[in-house]
Design a protein around this ligand. Structure first.
Ligand code: SAM
Length: 276
């Protein structure tokens, strides 16, 4: 019988956010795969759990992934944790989940702390539709391309960012989306100095030009306003009918088509076309 892979979210600040189910899963797993074993050891000590730990992170995941899959196939149960928050979300785990799924191993994700969702829910921005953008690249070209791809995005956008790169990121965003775009800077969530700054990109640049940003941040950026299409006028209709007729269409068909294209009642287009 193969074992299972459990994705176990851990607190993003407040240690009381560990759930009963996460604690039980960590206790019952045969081994724990951790992004940084020293960080996870602190949490396990706090929970009073003693368990064998293996490291699984960006630079050893190709090799360690196979080791973990083999152990699970041999019948062991693995709990995967990252330094904080949900494994596989801008954290190691994505590849391991894929590898396990391909090997026919059952993967179980336990719901729990995630910085992106915690930030979105208190951002004050629209939550009905959103996109998760993770970290912007540090390479200038791909960073610019990433931002350009979002220029017409109407959904709320969620970004992760490290404090020392925050000001540059806000400046690049203000240049791309304009200084008036609303943004919520969600800082130190679930920690002592938790703070949500609801401002604009220009306001955020001003703020962090005056004082260096400290702590961990999630940026929740408002989507673009929907473009309001101006209603067509009878003059537009007359011009369109004339153009269609010049192209060889009968007056009747041209009126029908122009009415459809311009979303105008047929009688309005008909009256406008009488002027031609
Ligand atoms: N997998 C984690 C999750 O989904 O919660 C995210 C890991 S990612 C490597 C780390 C980033 O998450 C930080 O740079 C920051 O943007 C965000 N983050 C983590 N904890 C946070 C907190 N307490 N407050 C604000 N942002 C946080």
């Amino acid at each position: 019988m193969p074992g299972m892979l459990y994705l176990v979210p851990t607190p993003i600040g407040n240690l009381s956010d560990i759930s009963v189910r996460c604690r039980e899963t960590l206790e019952q797993a045969d081994f724990i795969a951790a992004e940084d074993t020293r960080v996870s050891l602190k949490l396990l000590n706090h929970l009073g759990i003693k368990k064998s730990l293996v490291s699984y992170y960006e630079h050893n995941k190709a090799f360690k992934g196979n080791v973990i899959v083999d152990r699970i196939l041999a019948g062991e149960t693995c709990a995967l944790v990252s330094d904080a928050g949900s494994p596989a979300i801008s954290d190691p785990g994505e590849d391991l989940v894929k590898q396990c799924a391909e090997a026919g191993i059952t993967v179980c994700a336990i719901p729990g702390p995630c910085a992106a969702i915690t930030a979105l829910s208190i951002s004050g921005q629209a939550t009905g539709r959103f996109t998760f953008e993770g970290f912007l690249s540090t390479a200038k070209k791909s960073r610019r391309e990433h931002l350009e791809s979002l220029l017409n995005e109407q959904r709320t956008m969620i970004f992760y960012e490290a404090p020392h790169k925050l000001l540059t990121t806000l400046e690049d965003m203000a240049a791309a989306f304009g200084p008036d775009r609303p943004i919520s800077l969600c800082r130190e969530l679930t920690k002592l100095h938790e703070e949500v700054i609801r401002t604009t990109l220009g306001g955020a640049v001003d703020l962090y030009t005056q004082q260096p940003p400290k702590g961990e941040f999630v940026l929740v950026l408002a989507g673009a306003e929907p473009k309001v299409q101006e209603a067509a006028t009878p003059e537009d209709a007359a011009k369109r009918v004339a153009a269609l007729m010049e192209g060889g269409m009968s007056r009747k068909d041209a009126i029908k088509q122009a009415a459809q294209e311009l979303n105008l009642p047929k009688n309005v287009v008909y009256d406008a076309a009488l002027e031609i």
